[in-house]
Design a binder for this molecule. Structure first.
Ligand code: MG
Length: 178
């Protein structure tokens, strides 16, 4: 099983929210693959595909650091279709089968499901291989988060931090990844 930790920066909290950045890393119980994924997505292309925004999330972004906002609000942002194509290529390069982890049973992988639906494509993972980091974190609250490296609320830094926190839980609790 190839374990992938995902983090999306979004423009809303609903399952069909626009996603403006994808960050992901491939990890094992004790290593993080340095060939990771981090790309911004143009908001216009998300809206064209029928994804939505929430005013509360737009207001929240206005209060975040310039570094976090610039990680997606920049001229390099590709179209939703192009970035999802590159994300699929990157995922395939990691092997098969893919286990996808997000921070919330109802969040990151669910939002990507909506994106694939909008693009009339299937997710490159089986629905039974979707895992929730938030569940692990909340069950094992006695395991503190490791130090955060990089800029919070940038998708890749968040994904790597989640993977490192999960690795710490696995190690301290003697849990093996499937
Ligand atoms: Mg994030």
């Amino acid at each position: 099983m190839k374990h992938i930790m995902l983090d999306l920066e979004t423009m809303g909290l609903r399952s069909n929210a626009a996603i403006v950045s994808i960050g992901a890393c491939h990890f094992t119980a004790d290593a993080i693959d340095p060939i990771d994924f981090h790309l911004p997505i143009s908001l216009a292309s998300c809206l064209e595909a029928g994804l939505t925004t929430d005013q509360s999330t737009i207001d929240w972004w206005a209060k975040q650091s310039v570094g976090a906002r610039m990680s997606w609000q920049n001229a390099a942002a590709g179209s939703l279709l192009d970035v999802m194509g590159l994300f699929g290529q990157w995922l395939r390069s990691k092997g098969d089968p893919i286990a996808i982890w997000g921070n919330g049973a109802g969040f990151d992988p669910v939002l990507l499901d909506s994106v694939y639906k909008a693009l009339e494509a299937d997710p490159p993972w089986k629905y039974w291989n979707v895992y929730c980091f938030r569940t692990m974190k909340n069950i094992h609250k006695d395991v503190s988060a490791p130090p955060f490296l990089g800029e919070k609320h940038t998708a890749l830094a968040d994904a790597v931090h989640q993977a490192q926190h999960l690795q710490k839980i696995l190690k301290l609790k003697g849990i093996q990844l499937p």
